[in-house]
Design a protein. Structure first.
Length: 174
């Protein structure tokens, strides 16, 4: 009889152990699913906020996002001095591709590779704050100041095209 009680007790204990283990597995799977979903949401938000804080582009998509943040599709600045010139340009073409160039004779710098030129120019323009209503004198002063070029230019030209398709040009000759 004692032997029979042990077998029954062992059987009941085994059933309880299996039943409890199954619930824990389901709970663990539910917790794992929730954890994965939370991590995916966090990564998605992080990727979104990465675009909001970009300081340097690593590909063409980054360049597009960074231009969008500025509300611009084109920035072109040409400043002529007596014996040198300063030119920078970033332009989003109709097909969505980005073109950027730097020809800075003041500092002996020429960059034709788009990504490098874009990353060189962007820190100068990210806080430029040129709008349609920005007066010519103020715009010229901001551009000269932000790019750190001399004020003794002979000819100054700048063109900005905004995301809405409007543009503004500034010209000055001395």
């Amino acid at each position: 009889m004692k032997y029979m009680q042990q077998i029954i007790l062992f059987g009941i204990a085994s059933l309880l152990l299996v039943a409890c283990t199954g619930d824990q597995t389901e709970d663990k799977n539910a917790i794992d699913d929730n954890t994965q979903q939370t991590e995916n949401n966090h990564l998605s938000q992080q990727n979104q906020s990465d675009h909001e804080m970009l300081e340097e582009a690593i590909n063409e998509e980054d360049m597009r996002v960074m231009l969008e943040q500025l509300g611009l599709t084109k920035i072109e600045v040409e400043i002529d001095y007596a014996d040198r010139e300063f030119e920078v340009e970033i332009k989003q073409k109709e097909d969505g591709t980005i073109k950027a160039e730097v020809d800075d004779e003041l500092n002996g710098l020429e960059i034709e590779q788009t990504l490098k030129a874009f990353n060189y120019i962007f820190p100068f323009i990210k806080d430029l704050d040129i709008e349609q209503a920005t007066p010519k004198e103020e715009a010229i002063e901001k551009i000269v100041d932000h790019f750190g070029v001399p004020e003794d230019y002979i000819e100054f030209e700048a063109e900005f095209t905004f995301s809405d398709g409007t543009s503004i040009e500034y010209e000055d000759k001395r």
